[in-house]
Design a protein around this ligand. Structure first.
Ligand code: PAP
Length: 304
């Protein structure tokens, strides 16, 4: 595929992003994204976790894996959540149009994740009865988490550190991988309002406040409700930041096979409100103004 025909924007240091269907992506993901868009036909019982990067993907991958695979949930102690629940674009369709990972399993639904926006998956999702869980996170914590993550993955490259002010500008302009953030969130929010039986919309802050309640709701939504409260508690505990980040596999400094970043870069703090330690008052106001314009004006009172 000829990337030179697509719009591009400078991003971090010498790196640039490429625009596909109104959203920005790392150039190495464009072909992979197109493979998903053109070739992924969800089975009616597929479960897809969708997130904007840094919304809490790793956590919800662990929870969903545990909810759907209750008897093998101990695997989380030895396998990274990103290896247990593969990304469609980065792992499943990374190399081929018809990947072997798509073989229908004998036991239960397939569980995948993606960062692709609804606007690019409209045909795929509208023609399927699969279940989608969309996780969002407040834009200020998400930006700070993104900024840390990018600096960690660029650590090896000289002169590639990303100043926070620059990251804030890029975030507000929407020029960030999978961005614009606001369009990404709104696409799935609308879909969840239109098809509540198939699409569940959750947020990081709510889940952190009441993980027990959310695990039960997720079990109901996925049509595998819990019979015992202890089992719910056990899943919540096993997927907590403290527990997951204590496992060797998640502490590993080794790079993942599908992205040039270490396994441990998916665990930092896992808190709400960490932006207060980093963003200036000006940046907070700027993002809040945008959030009011893009979310609150539609009656979606989230993100501040
Ligand atoms: P991804 O979209 O690139 O896969 P993602 O997992 O969404 O990344 O982002 C990592 C964030 O989730 C980190 O947030 P922070 O930078 O603000 O700390 C990470 O710490 C947080 N996280 C990972 N595991 C958990 C968990 N079990 N509970 C809560 N937060 C978690």
């Amino acid at each position: 595929m000829d990337l030179s025909s697509l719009p591009r924007e400078k991003w971090v240091g010498d790196d640039y992003l490429v625009q596909l269907g109104g959203f920005w992506f790392l150039p190495q993901f464009v072909k992979k994204n197109k493979r998903v868009i053109n070739n992924y036909n969800p089975l009616p019982n597929d479960v897809i976790l969708v997130t904007f990067p840094k919304s809490g993907t790793t956590w919800l991958k662990s929870l969903l894996y545990s909810i759907l695979n209750r008897s093998s949930r101990h695997k989380l102690a030895v396998e990274h959540p990103h290896d247990l629940v593969p990304f469609l674009e980065a792992q499943v369709f990374a190399e081929a149009d018809e990947p072997p990972a798509l073989a229908a399993p004998l036991d239960g639904p397939r569980l995948f994740a993606t960062h692709l926006p609804y606007q690019l998956l409209t045909k795929t999702l509208d023609s399927s009865q699969c279940k989608v869980i969309y996780l969002t996170r407040n834009p200020k914590d998400l930006l700070v988490s993104f900024w840390h993550f990018v600096n960690k993955w660029n650590m090896e490259k000289p002169n590639q550190s990303w100043p926070l002010d620059e990251a804030t500008d890029k975030f507000c302009d929407g020029v960030i991988p999978c961005g614009p953030y606001y369009d990404h969130v709104l696409g799935y929010r609308e879909l969840s309002l239109k098809r509540p039986k198939n699409v569940m919309f959750v947020n990081f802050e709510g889940m952190l406040e009441d993980p027990h309640g959310y695990v039960k709701k997720l079990g109901d939504f996925l049509e595998c409700p819990f019979e015992e409260e202890e089992e719910v508690d056990d899943i919540v505990k096993n997927c907590s930041f403290e527990m997951l980040s204590s496992y060797d596999v998640n502490k590993s400094k080794e790079s993942t096979t599908w992205f040039p970043t270490p396994y441990n870069s998916f665990f930092r703090k896992g808190k709400v409100g960490d932006y207060k330690n980093y963003l200036s008052n000006e940046s907070v106001q700027r993002i809040d103004t945008l959030t009011k314009e893009r979310f609150h004006s539609l009656g979606f009172m989230y993100g501040i």
